[in-house]
Design a protein around this ligand. Structure first.
Ligand code: SER
Length: 548
């Protein structure tokens, strides 16, 4: 059964049962406690908490999800993904366990045609009610129902918020995935694959994931992993051999000239390219831009990890644009945004790859030399100073350094790295507060800026220099306040009794708000900029817009 059929049948099943179909929310959540959307229920959190009243009592969706915790696992296993689609049905204080369990069973067995003989269910250790429903109302054989503790069968968002006991449906993948276990999924998680999680959302929990109160109503939140379900129904050996992700892996193989299935190292690389290619496309489509902070950092991490694996597989030419194209072809029907925004995504991807390609080689040779030294030493540890230099000078996300070190069986002194990072942040903070605006006076040798703003309020300009607290820096990240020096500008600088212009500037890598424009005695325009998304770097070509 094709992925699109699994998706369509899910919607049809729950729409027949009066569920309102709701579009996926963005990967950038409307929730300050979450970095990226990690479950279908995220967009409904205010309904579960009783903070807002829902416009409908039942909903169904296919949600774009991203799980940062799994980045390093991707490639190594047959089922880990960063980006995945989660099908869900939700009840906001309407139906509860007695309907949710039989419906899930009906869809899995009759709708998707899975033999009940391959299915197992788990329930939370104290949830007698759920066990009774599965056994007596649904007819699951008692030996196929397994009780599990909080680590497995109590679901939360990983942050404070709605949570509750859960019950999961597992499919037995058979002998080729390992030995059978009497207690099924509790005995062998490789052979028994979780496909559907039914959460009985009834508690509010604190940041330590301890339930602190009952929710105003009892709710249902379910999540069926689309890629995993496709793996079971297509009898694939991994999620990477299903129709959609298989297409991604195939494209990665074409781009690198490799063959999936040749050896473990090749397969790992191709899986990384397949997964990361999809996830970076979706992140950029939802407005995330690569940077060194927060979700921009997550994106940079997957992009740079993918680039490194492409080089390992022998591709020296750009690889990310080809993966963006493949994602648009394979997923554009269900998620039109990846087609509509394709040109922009391609630009961002190409630029990040170009930038990292310039430093990857130098960084890798430094790392290899240092790893060889560490291997010869007793502690087999790469110093935090080298990790910091790799990050600061050569753009290696710390996780990438760690991954490469780990491959050589070397640890990284992350305590020292964290200290150096904190010291750098501290220096930047104090420099910003003590020097303030007046410290910037252009960089030596910068020529007077060519001013075109008498005729236009919009134009282009290339970044010649960036001053942060009076000192030249190569790049300004989101949140930073800097002075931009451009080769030409449409922004009028304060003078002759007129205030300096304000407005916005931007490129595919980032955008900034221009809060003031001043001019040095030498005629160099200083655009006081606060970076609002992504980052602005020297040599960027910016589009300039003066606020009329
Ligand atoms: N929120 C649950 C999960 O993510 C069920 O949708 O697994």
């Amino acid at each position: 059964m094709e992925t699109r059929t699994i998706r369509d049948r899910f919607f049809a099943f729950f729409e027949q049962r009066e569920h309102q179909r709701v579009p996926s929310s963005s990967l950038v959540p409307n929730d300050p406690t979450l970095l990226l959307t990690n479950a279908g229920m995220n967009q409904f959190k205010p309904y579960f908490l009783g903070e807002q009243s829902p416009p409908f009592d039942r909903a169904t969706s296919a949600q774009k999800c991203f799980r940062t915790t799994d980045i390093d696992e991707v490639g190594k296993t047959s089922r880990h993904l960063t980006f995945f689609e989660m099908m869900g049905n939700f009840s906001f204080g309407d139906y509860y366990k007695a309907d949710a369990c039989p419906w899930a069973w009906e869809l899995v067995t009759e709708g998707y045609g899975l033999d009940p003989e391959v299915l197992w269910v788990t329930v939370y250790e104290t949830d007698d009610e759920a066990e009774e429903i599965w056994r007596d109302a649904v007819g699951v054989r008692p030996e196929r129902i397994v009780r599990r503790g909080k680590a497995d069968n109590f679901w939360s968002m990983g942050v404070a918020g709605p949570c509750g006991p859960c019950s999961e449906i597992y499919a037995d993948l058979g002998e080729s995935f390992g030995p059978a276990a009497d207690n099924g999924p509790a005995g062998n998680e490789d052979r028994y694959l979780e496909i559907w999680n039914l959460v009985f959302m009834q508690n509010d929990c604190n940041a330590a994931i301890e339930p602190i109160a009952e929710l105003p109503k009892k709710n249902i939140d379910t999540g069926l992993g689309l890629e995993r379900t496709a793996m079971v129904l297509q009898k694939a050996a991994s999620v990477y051999e299903t129709d959609t992700l298989g297409g991604m892996v195939e494209r990665a193989a074409e781009l690198t000239g490799k063959k999936y299935g040749s050896d473990d190292a090749t397969d790992k690389g191709l899986r990384v390219l397949g997964d990361h290619g999809r996830s970076l496309t979706f992140l950029i489509a939802d407005g995330v831009l690569p940077s060194n902070e927060e979700r921009g950092y997550v994106l940079r991490r997957v992009m740079r990890r993918a680039i490194r694996h492409a080089r390992l597989l022998g591709r020296d030419e750009p690889v990310l644009p080809g993966l963006v194209e493949a994602t648009a072809e394979l997923m554009g029907d269900a998620y039109p945004e990846v087609v509509e925004k394709k040109e922009f995504i391609l630009e961002v991807a190409a630029r990040e790859e170009e930038r990292f390609s310039e430093t990857l080689h130098k960084g890798l040779s430094l790392l290899e030399t240092e790893l060889a030294k560490s291997l010869g030493s007793e502690r087999r540890t790469l110093s935090g100073d080298v990790a910091f230099q790799l990050h600061d000078t050569w753009g290696f996300p710390i996780d990438l350094t760690q991954e490469i070190a780990l491959e050589a069986d070397v640890a990284v002194d992350t305590d020292r790295f964290d200290k150096l990072m904190e010291g750098q942040r501290e220096r930047a903070r104090s420099a910003r507060t003590t020097i303030g605006y007046g410290g910037s006076d252009g960089t030596p040798g910068t020529e007077a800026t060519y001013f075109t703003g008498f005729e236009h309020l919009e134009g282009n300009g290339k970044v010649l220099a960036i001053l942060e607290a009076g000192e030249g820096v190569p790049v300004a990240e989101v949140g930073h306040e800097v002075d931009l020096i451009l080769d030409q500008t449409v922004f009028y600088a304060e003078g002759g009794g007129q205030v300096g212009d304000r407005g916005t500037v931007g490129s595919p890598s980032g955008a900034a708000e221009i809060r003031d424009t001043r001019k040095t005695d030498g005629g160099v325009f200083l655009h006081r900029a606060k970076v609002t998304t992504g980052e602005i770097a020297v040599d960027d070509e910016l589009e300039l817009h003066v606020d009329q």
